[in-house]
Design a binder for this molecule. Structure first.
Ligand code: ATP
Length: 629
C-alpha cells in the first residue's frame, strides 16, 4: 500500500545538497525497502488485519457515545445505557488485545528483517577490500552496522505500522462522521489543513538538524574509537594530549546536545499550534451543531453532536501523527539510503566468474612488470618483476616506505595490481579462486594481530580442527612452547586485548605458530622493524630459520641473518627493484644495498652476534651454511 505521504513530500524537504546526494531516489528506494518486507508478507498481512480491526475497535466507543446519550441518558433507559457501556468496554478491551498481538507481530517482523539485514551487511563488509577498511573510519562502519540497522527496526515497528493504523483510523472516523452529518463533518475537516503549514516548517528544520546530529554522532564515535583504544590511549598519554582530546570531545559533545535540544524544540512549537486547533475544533462543532438544532430544526441529536465531537477528537491524533511521521518517514528513507549506499559499494576484490582452483599449490610466484597505486594519482610500485621458485626464498629489503609491504599485499590480493600481473603457479592471481589463494598464502605481519581470547583460540583460528599435538608441535617449531608451558593456564592463557598482555616477540612467535598450523604453500614474513632484545630476536630467528629452509617464502627483512638465509635479495627503492642478487654481489656493487648494509644490517647483526673480527673477513656459520662476508 502506498504511504499517504512521503515520496514527493520527502524530496520537498531536502536541502539542495541532500537532493544531490539522493537523486530520484524515492521510487527505487521504496521498492528496495519493500523488497525486504516481501519474505514476510504473510506476517505483514496478519499485522495489517490486526491494524484494521484495532483501528475500527478503537473508534467504536466514540460511535457508541451517541447511543449512550440519546438512548440511554436522554431516553432514560437504564438497560440500554448498561448495554452500550458494556459494549464500549468490550470493544476497548478487544482493541487492546488486538494491539498486543499486533505489536508482537510487528516486533517479530522487524527483528527478522534486521537480522537479515545485519547478516547481509556483515557478509558484504567482509568482502570489502583492505582499501575500504583503511579509508573508512571504524566509527562510521560500526554506526552503520549498529545504529542505522537498529533504526530500521524502529522504522518497521513504529513508522510503518503507525502510518497504516493512523491512515485507517482516519478513514474510518471520516466515514462515520459523514454518516452522522455532512455539514459538521466538513466543518471538522476544514480545520485540518491549518496543521499543514506549521508541520512542514517544523519538518524541514528537524530534518536538517537530524542530519547534522547524525554527523556529529559519527564524529563522537570516531573520537571514542580512536582515543579509547589501547594504542590510541597510549599515544594520547605519551604525547600529553589528554587536554586536547578532552577539548575535542567536549566540543563535539556540546554541539550534539545543542543539536538535540534544537531538534526537540523544532517539534515542540508546532505541537503548541496543534493543541490550539485541537481545542477550537470541538467548540466550533458544538456551536454549529447547536445552531443547526435550534435555528434550522435539523434532525441532528445531542448524541450525534457528541459522536462527531468524539470522532473529531479521534482524528486529530492520526492527522498529527501522520504529519509528524512525514519527518520520521524522511528520516527512515535517509537511513535506508545510507544503508543501501553501503550495500552498493562495489566489492573490489572478488572471485573471477571463471576462477580456477588448482588441485595442489606449489607456491611459484612471478611478478610480471607490476605497477600499483593506492590512489590513482600517486604511483607506489613501478615495473616490479621477479620470480620466486617453489622451495626458494627471496628477501625484500629497502628503506622505510619504499613499497615492501605493498609488494606482498598484492600476492594474497589484499589489493589488485594496476598494471602487469602477479601469478601464482603460473595463473594470474586475479583468475585464481580467492579462497584457494588465501589458503595457500600465509602471512606473518609486522604487527601481528591476536584476538582477545586464549592462546589456543588464537591458534585454532588457523585450523579449527587441529589436535592438541598439532598445536604443541606448531608452538614448538615457533619456539614459543617454553613460554606457553611456563604459563599456569598453558594454552588457555588469555592474550589480552589485541594480544597486549604479551611481549612483541611472544606475539610474533604465536603468530608464527598460527601460520604453521595453516601450513601454506607460500609463507610471507614481514619482519618487525621494532627493536626486540637480542634474546627475543634470536628466539624469533630460531623459529623462522627452519621455515625459510623448508618453505617457499618471501621475507621483508631488516636483519642480516634473515637476509642471508634467502636465496635472492631484492632491493626496493621508491617502488622499484633497483638491485637484486646475493649478498656478496650486492655489497660489492656499492649501491643502495651497500648503504643499507652499512647503516642497518651489519650493525644490527654485530650487536646480535658481537663478533670481534673485521667485517670484511668475517665468516659466519649460519644454519650449517658458511657465508663469507
Ligand atoms: P616499512 O618498511 O616502513 O614497513 P614499506 O617499504 O613496507 O615500509 P609500504 O608500507 O609498502 O612501505 O608503503 C609504501 C608507500 O605506500 C608509502 O609511501 C605509504 O605511505 C604508502 N601506503 C601504504 N599503505 C597505504 C594505503 N593503505 N593507502 C595509501 N597509501 C599507502
Amino acid at each position: 500500500m502506498p504511504p499517504p505521504i512521503g515520496g514527493h513530500g520527502a524530496r520537498g524537504f531536502m536541502s539542495e545538497e541532500e537532493k544531490a546526494s539522493l537523486p530520484k531516489v524515492t521510487k527505487a528506494l521504496l521498492l528496495r525497502v519493500f523488497s525486504y518486507l516481501r519474505p514476510y508478507w504473510k506476517q505483514l498481512l496478519l499485522a495489517l488485519l490486526c491494524i484494521i480491526l484495532s483501528s475500527v475497535f478503537v473508534l467504536m466507543p466514540s460511535i457508541l457515545t451517541g447511543k449512550i446519550i440519546d438512548e440511554g441518558l436522554i431516553g432514560r433507559n437504564l438497560r440500554a445505557l448498561i448495554f452500550y457501556l458494556a459494549l464500549s468496554f468490550a470493544v476497548t478491551l478487544g482493541a487492546n488485545l488486538i494491539q498486543v498481538a499486533e505489536s508482537y507481530i510487528n516486533t517479530w517482523i522487524a527483528q527478522h528483517i534486521t537480522f537479515d539485514m545485519r547478516n547481509a551487511m556483515f557478509a558484504h563488509l567482509q568482502k570489502m577490500s583492505q582499501r575500504f577498511f583503511t579509508t573508512n573510519k571504524q566509527g562510521d562502519i560500526i554506526t552503520r552496522m549498529t545504529g542505522d540497522i537498529a533504526g530500521v527496526e524502529r522504522v518497521i515497528t513504529d513508522t510503518f505500522s503507525s502510518i497504516l493504523s493512523n491512515a485507517i483510523t482516519l478513514v474510518v472516523a471520516l466515514v462515520a462522521m459523514y454518516q452522522k452529518n455532512w455539514i459538521l463533518a466538513t466543518l471538522g475537516i476544514l480545520i485540518v489543513p491549518a496543521f499543514t503549514l506549521p508541520t512542514r516548517k517544523a519538518g524541514r528544520t528537524r530534518w536538517s538538524i537530524t542530519r547534522d546530529a547524525q554527523a556529529c554522532n559519527d564524529e563522537i564515535n570516531g573520537i571514542l574509537n580512536e582515543t579509547m583504544s589501547v594504542s590510541g590511549q597510549l599515544l594520547v598519554k605519551l604525547f600529553g594530549r589528554e587536554q586536547a582530546e578532552y577539548d575535542k570531545y567536549k566540543d563535539a559533545n556540546g554541539r550534539l546536545i545543542r543539536l538535540n535540544i534544537k531538534e526537540s524544540m523544532a517539534g515542540r512549537w508546532f505541537r503548541v499550534v496543534l493543541s490550539l486547533f485541537t481545542n477550537i475544533g470541538p467548540m466550533l462543532l458544538y456551536l454549529v451543531g447547536g445552531i443547526l438544532m435550534m435555528r434550522y430544526d435539523s434532525k441532528i441529536t445531542v448524541g450525534d453532536i457528541s459522536v462527531l465531537v468524539a470522532l473529531l477528537g479521534r482524528t486529530y491524533g492520526p492527522v498529527n501523527n501522520l504529519l509528524n511521521i512525514q519527518v520520521e518517514w524522511m528520516r527512515s528513507m535517509a537511513l535506508f539510503s545510507r544503508i543501501f549506499a553501503y550495500f552498493d559499494m562495489p566489492v573490489e576484490i572478488e572471485n573471477a566468474p571463471d576462477a580456477v582452483t588448482p588441485a595442489q599449490a606449489q607456491g611459484n610466484i612471478v611478478f610480471d612488470h607490476v605497477d600499483f597505486a593506492y590512489d590513482p594519482d600517486r604511483p607506489i610500485l613501478r615495473d616490479v618483476s621477479f620470480t620466486l621458485k617453489s622451495g626458494n626464498s627471496v628477501a625484500i629489503v629497502g628503506p622505510s616506505g619504499s613499497g615492501k609491504s605493498t609488494i606482498i599485499n598484492l600476492i594474497p590480493r589484499l589489493y589488485d595490481v594496476t598494471g602487469g600481473a602477479v601469478t601464482f603457479d603460473g595463473v594470474d592471481v586475479r583468475q585464481l579462486d580467492l579462497a584457494f589463494l588465501r589458503r595457500n598464502v600465509g602471512v606473518v605481519t609486522q604487527d601481528s594481530y591476536l584476538f582477545n581470547g586464549t592462546i589456543r583460540e588464537n591458534l585454532l583460528y588457523a585450523k579449527p580442527e587441529a589436535t592438541e599435538e598439532e598445536l604443541l608441535a606448531a608452538c614448538d617449531k615457533a619456539n614459543i612452547l617454553d613460554f606457553i608451558q611456563a604459563q599456569p593456564q598453558g594454552l588457555d592463557a588469555m592474550v589480552g586485548n589485541r594480544g597486549l598482555k604479551l611481549s612483541g616477540g611472544e606475539k610474533q612467535r604465536i603468530s608464527i605458530a598460527r601460520v604453521l598450523l595453516k601450513d601454506p604453500a607460500l609463507l610471507i614474513f614481514d619482519e618487525a622493524t621494532s627493536a626486540l632484545d637480542s634474546i627475543s630476536e634470536s628466539r624469533i630467528q630460531q623459529a623462522i630459520d627452519p621455515l625459510i629452509e623448508s618453505r617457499t617464502s618471501i621475507l621483508i627483512a631488516h636483519r642480516l641473518s634473515t637476509i642471508l638465509a634467502a636465496d635472492e635479495i631484492l632491493v626496493v627503492k621508491d617502488g622499484r627493484i633497483v638491485e637484486r642478487g646475493v649478498h656478496r654481489e650486492l655489497v660489492a656493487a656499492g649501491g643502495v644495498y651497500t648503504e643499507l648494509y652499512e647503516t642497518q644490517f651489519s650493525r644490527a647483526f654485530y650487536e646480535q652476534t658481537a663478533p670481534a673480527e673485521d667485517a670484511d673477513s668475517l665468516e659466519i656459520h649460519y644454519e650449517n651454511k658458511a657465508y663469507d662476508l
